[in-house]
Design a protein around this ligand. Structure first.
Ligand code: ATP
Ligand code: MG
Length: 353
């Protein structure tokens, strides 16, 4: 019997509605080749829906998503709707409500993509940033007193739990075990007095439990410099919510184009569905023209296939991406080509036949 996976699809806004259908056709081709079926259930949750109804998703949105095996998201964002609406109205409720505590962003220099870096190391960008996605510096704890006076005082707390830190570190070590066996931890223990030394302590314990994985540790400032100068030093890089956020964007910049950057919001224990989405947004400036690069969405889909238990299919999709990008005729405009979203998707599906 063929395996069948139930996928919740949220195309969202703008180019999400173009790259999601394009990616779906590619993932279906992978499914045909590897003997599994993907059953898609689409939801119109978006900023456009918010503009119409005042809500990004219905009250029982999470309950509707819960039975699915994974969530495949395009992008949410709409001119006139502030970013915090999509963040607090859809993205954070899903990431937190479904304990998607690992934000995973693979960064690889793909053919046809030019990196702003020069030199040998630039050719060897192949790393994964693992960002803690549920706690850390992005907290509402704290407050302001003496507001509006010269004595104004503001306190912003960060939250690190032993459970939260251990589980993201464990995820990073296990991922490294399946890759090149190296984990780098980013902290700032000389300046941030409580949380970062705690993170280092838990990192040392986790390292002792994974003798097969080599480790490195840097403060976030020098690590950022190494990211640019020696990206080849890194395999898996694990960091708190804030540091991971910054490294993800820095990493996407050194790996070339936003049009190819993939990500997964992963619940490793599978107590709820994980969500896969490109790093880019809804790109209103090019929406509706059929020229958006579908590769970031397709690559996010490959991560989803791996999560669903089809690592060979995921590798095949990645190989198809490399093959298709190697040919200038099947590159979109952001990569200097002239191909349309559809043409790139068709070439990818063809490569998977
Ligand atoms: P949002 O508000 O949804 O975050 P944004 O405009 O702030 O949208 P992005 O959508 O990430 O941010 O777009 C940043 C730039 O990158 C835009 O010029 C956009 O056209 C370009 N871009 C983003 N994604 C793609 C893609 N898949 N293909 C081609 N260009 C893209
Ligand atoms: Mg944006």
């Amino acid at each position: 019997m063929r395996t069948r996976h139930q996928i919740a699809v949220i195309p969202g806004d703008g180019i999400g509605r173009e790259v999601v259908p394009a990616a779906i056709s590619v993932l279906e081709a992978a499914g045909r080749r590897h003997g599994f079926e993907l059953a898609w259930k689409e939801y119109d949750w978006s900023c456009e829906r918010y503009a119409r109804t005042g809500q990004m998703m219905p009250e029982d949105g999470l309950d509707q998503l819960r039975p699915s095996d994974a969530i495949f998201l395009g992008a949410v964002g709409y001119p006139g709707v502030p970013d915090h609406v999509s963040l607090w109205g859809l993205l954070l409720p899903i990431r937190r409500g479904f304990a998607q505590y690992a934000c995973v962003r693979p960064l690889k220099l793909l053919p046809g993509v030019t990196t702003p870096l020069a030199g040998r190391a630039a050719k060897d960008i192949d790393l994964v940033v693992v960002r803690e996605n549920n706690e850390g510096e992005y907290s509402k704890m704290g407050g302001r007193i003496y507001e509006g006076t010269d004595d104004e005082l503001v306190i912003q707390e960060a939250v690190f739990t032993r459970r939260g830190v251990d589980r993201i570190l464990a995820y990073a070590f296990e991922l490294a075990g399946r890759r090149r066996g190296h984990v780098t931890s980013a902290t700032k223990s000389n300046g941030i007095f409580h949380s970062m030394p705690f993170w280092d302590e838990r990192f040392a314990l986790m390292a002792a439990r994974h003798p097969g994985v080599r480790t490195a540790q840097y403060h976030i400032d020098i690590l950022s410099a190494h990211f640019v100068q020696h990206p080849d030093w890194f395999d898996v890089v694990v960091a708190s919510n804030l540091f991971g956020d910054i490294l993800s964007d820095l990493g996407a910049a050194i790996a070339g184009s936003i049009g190819v950057a993939a990500s997964g919001n992963v619940n490793p224990e599978r107590t709820a569905p994980s969500m896969f989405e490109p790093t880019h947004g809804s790109a209103p400036d090019i929406a509706g023209k059929g020229i958006a690069n579908p590769v970031a969405q397709v690559w996010s889909g490959a991560m989803m296939l791996e999560h669903l238990g089809h690592p060979e299919a995921a590798r095949d999709v990645e190989r198809a991406i490399e093959a298709v990008l190697s040919d200038p005729a099947t590159r979109t405009r952001d990569l200097g080509g002239r191909a349309t979203t559809r043409e790139v998707a068709d070439a990818l599906a063809q490569a998977l036949r």
